[in-house]
Design a protein. Structure first.
Length: 317
């Protein structure tokens, strides 16, 4: 069950942050579907309480990493594009970068219900800014494009732009919560999340034709129009758009736009020698003005302002 249209990452507790937003999210969640969570019975509640106590006492460590990427097991390399950890020690304005991929976000700490919760964030197309409360450990698994339905049991189009409690998608999520609650370190928690994703992918039945088709179309769209790609693949442009949206959660046009955005943002953050004109050309923009216009549309600020924002504050991406 997904949240109503419009209740996306920037409008709910899955902003990974504040108390007021958390309350809005849990109120909304109760109106959508009953949830079975850790803490709903005495045994699980005790485990959750002990987990939160260990976290608050500093027993769960991540090698003093405040923000960074964790290595992933080769067994899940085909399903997890990136696994990152964000350790939020104090309140800060957070910047959530839009992603083409669906993400599974696990929160540890007092901001999460019962000290531990997990949500699925669908593909999104806008930067969101929220107050991120301190005292949290946030583990983010970004799924590879094309594995969404196999791992989550729902098409990408059903979750794009939405935030969904993981237990509303996984009937067996209690097993994962038990593993997470019993973790003695964030590395152990990360391994538990990776393992659960791998198990889901391994037991998935079929459903792989449309994602493969959409991914092939996405590859071709890097250098050709929708009409040309559709003709090359032997389908109508309308069919291509429908399959693309269902499998990846966004339209071909939006996909191309966000792909350019991420190329430019990556180059701007990691190669200080490139000027903006060079970044624009390398990312596939017509010119520097085109780059600036699209950054303003996606992030609400200039490219330089967004890079500075991500450098000085927590960027959950």
């Amino acid at each position: 069950m997904v949240t109503p249209q419009g209740k996306s990452l920037g409008e709910s507790a899955s902003d990974l942050s504040g108390r007021s937003s958390d309350q809005d999210f849990h109120d909304l969640q109760r109106s959508v579907a009953p949830a079975t969570r850790i803490g709903r019975n005495g045994h699980e509640g005790a485990k959750s309480h002990e987990f939160a106590k260990r976290l608050n006492n500093g027993a769960m460590r991540a090698h003093h990493i405040h923000q960074g990427h964790l290595a992933q097991e080769t067994s899940t390399a085909s399903s997890v594009a990136a696994l990152s950890l964000h350790m939020i020690d104090r309140d800060a304005r957070g910047t959530l970068v839009p992603r083409l991929e669906t993400q599974i976000v696990v929160r540890f700490g007092s901001m999460a219900r019962d000290g531990l919760d997990a949500h699925v964030l669908g593909a999104r197309q806008q930067v969101h800014r929220k107050l991120v409360r301190g005292g949290q450990r946030i583990l983010v698994a970004r799924l590879r494009l094309g594995v969404h339905e196999a791992v989550l049991g729902a098409p990408a189009s059903a979750i794009a732009g939405h935030t969904v409690a993981l237990e509303d998608l996984w009937d067996d999520s209690a097993q994962l919560f038990d593993r997470l609650a019993g973790a003695r370190s964030m590395a152990e928690a990360a391994a538990a999340l990776e393992g659960a994703i791998s198990e889901r992918l391994g037991t998935a039945q079929g459903g792989g034709v449309q994602p493969r088709f959409a991914l092939e179309a996405a590859r071709r769209l890097e250098s050709a129009s929708v009409d040309v790609v559709a003709a090359d693949l032997g389908v109508s442009a309308r069919h291509l758009r429908r399959v693309f949206r269902e499998a990846l959660g966004i339209s071909p046009k939006a996909f191309a736009r966000l792909t350019r955005f991420h190329r430019a943002l990556r180059d701007a953050r990691h190669d200080s020698r490139m000027g903006w004109a060079g970044i624009a050309a390398a990312a596939g923009y017509y010119d520097q003005a085109h780059l600036i216009a699209e950054f303003r549309a996606i992030a609400g600020v200039t490219p330089r302002a967004l890079v500075d924002e991500l450098r000085t504050g927590p960027g959950i991406d």
